[in-house]
Ligand binder design. Structure first.
Ligand code: C5P
Length: 210
């Protein structure tokens, strides 16, 4: 039995008290992976941005809002986990300036200066011990396999799951699972629950020992 950290859902980066940047992620794939991991007898910790889905009762859920909070929660949880699955869609940019009061309209264009947020998977990947594993996701619209392999290397992942933009907010998914040598080791299609159990099976066979 392993203890598995799953990041799930979108994060938000506020520019004033009511407006924020975010990503289109429902948390459904994270929920499906948590259910598959629990069904396989593993312990599950989910660090999730704001979502409507209900995570399984057997999982420990740590709610967060921003990418920085997601990274902080994961940094604390990861040392006590055997591996992590990064299925969240953390917001990659934050406004350089966060206004304390709601911005009023002026009739002029509003220019936002955005800076990159930290990459949760890449940060944990760079810190993983020899006995830990990291599985990332990549959602690509062009040069899909090439870009996924570049991300796998950049983020020190052991496997990367490549899906297309049709996965967003959908009940079904079609994915390729790619290993650290760049080989496609699984092609899965169907309901997110079926795809999730296929991914968990590949993780069990390749990354979970004993
Ligand atoms: O956004 P990108 O396509 O690079 O995401 C690929 C992987 O990196 C996903 O597993 C996602 O959860 C993770 N990621 C992250 N922190 C970010 C951006 C992406 O953990 N700021």
């Amino acid at each position: 039995m392993s203890r598995i950290l799953i990041t799930s859902g979108p994060t938000r980066q506020y520019l004033d008290p009511v407006r924020y940047l975010t990503n289109a992620s429902s948390g459904r794939m994270g929920k499906a992976l948590a259910e598959s991991a629990l069904a396989a007898g593993h312990e599950v910790v989910i660090v999730s941005g704001p979502v409507e889905v209900q995570y399984p009762a057997g999982a420990e859920v740590i709610p967060v809002i921003s990418t920085e909070e997601m990274l902080a929660a994961c940094s604390e949880a990861f040392p006590n986990c055997d591996g992590m699955i990064g299925v969240a869609a953390p917001c990659d940019y934050r406004p350089r300036r966060v206004h304390e009061q709601k911005l009023s309209k002026t009739g002029d264009p509003l220019v936002l200066h955005l800076i990159e947020t930290p990459d949760v998977v890449a940060t944990l990947g760079s810190r993983k011990r020899a006995d830990q594993w990291v599985v990332g996701f990549a959602l690509e619209t062009e040069d899909q396999r090439f870009r996924a392999i570049v991300k796998l290397e950049k983020k020190s992942c052991d496997l990367i799951v490549l899906n297309g933009p049709d996965a967003m907010n959908a009940n079904e998914n079609e994915v390729e699972v790619i290993d650290a040598q760049g080989q496609v080791v699984g092609e899965l299609r169907g309901a997110k629950s079926e795809v999730a159990s296929g991914i968990m099976q590949i993780i069990s066979e390749r990354l979970i020992h004993g």
